[in-house]
Design a protein around this ligand. Structure first.
Ligand SMILES: N[C@@H](CCC(=O)N[C@@H](CS)C(=O)NCC(=O)O)C(=O)O
Length: 209
């Protein structure tokens, strides 16, 4: 077994996802703060692993490295099979993967602006119309998640899977923002369910920053 090193600051949602997957799989790993104020991502050594200069990167001691958080999660769960994280049924697996892709391509762009405005922008520089637009867009995403969970405990069916991790991190961020939110009982019950998992403990304790 190679030594696993995860590059990335814990305040990054994309790093949080990978931490959650690693902890679910009970894997030992070293995490190195990188990105944001920690820098590192513009060094030639780091750019060789990720030419985008973004976090996270997973690096193994035999020289293999991977960027893109959801690809890292897919790799880890395929490398360590046997848990419900990687559904054996092909349709359930595609379902889990679909929610991972949806988080990255659809839910994240909806939430990004209100997060940046309220958490990473000084009050005097905030734009109320941007906040309102993104608050509404992210609520629409939450309604989709809530409807999906009306008749199943987890996004891909009866068991917790890798599909719950990216949106679990996304919803944690959405629920922590000081904004008005619709009441969504299915989403809230699912979030409480996944938050209790030992694998989620580290991620759930991270404050917004
Ligand atoms: N699609 C990429 C996005 C990676 C990304 O945007 N990472 C952000 C943090 S969430 C980043 O590296 N920002 C610059 C920095 O931290 O220096 C992934 O899922 O890994």
């Amino acid at each position: 077994m190679t030594h696993l090193k995860l590059w990335g600051r814990l305040s990054s949602i994309n790093v949080q996802k990978v931490v959650w997957a690693l902890d679910e799989l009970h894997l030992r790993y070293e995490r190195v703060d990188a990105g944001g104020a920690f820098g590192i991502v513009n060094t030639p050594e780091y750019r060789r692993m990720n030419p985008n200069g973004l976090v996270p990167v997973l690096e193994e001691s035999d020289g293999f490295s991977l960027f893109e958080s959801n690809a890292i999660i897919r790799y880890l769960v395929a490398r360590h099979p046997g848990s419900t994280l990687l559904p054996a049924d092909l349709r359930m697996r595609a379902d889990a993967e679909r929610w991972m892709d949806w988080q990255a391509t659809t839910a994240t762009p909806a939430l990004r602006d209100v997060f940046w405005q309220l958490v990473r922008t000084k009050p005097e520089a905030r734009d109320a119309s941007v906040i309102a637009q993104s608050t509404g867009a992210s609520a629409a995403m939450a309604h989709i998640i809530d409807a999906r969970l009306a008749d199943r405990p987890y996004l891909a069916g009866d068991s917790f899977s890798m599909g719950d991790i990216p949106l679990g991190c996304h919803v944690k961020r959405w629920l922590a923002l000081p904004i008005e939110r619709p009441s969504l009982p299915n989403l809230e019950a699912w979030f409480a369910r996944i938050s209790e998992r030992p694998g989620a403990r580290v991620v759930m304790a991270v404050p917004l920053s």
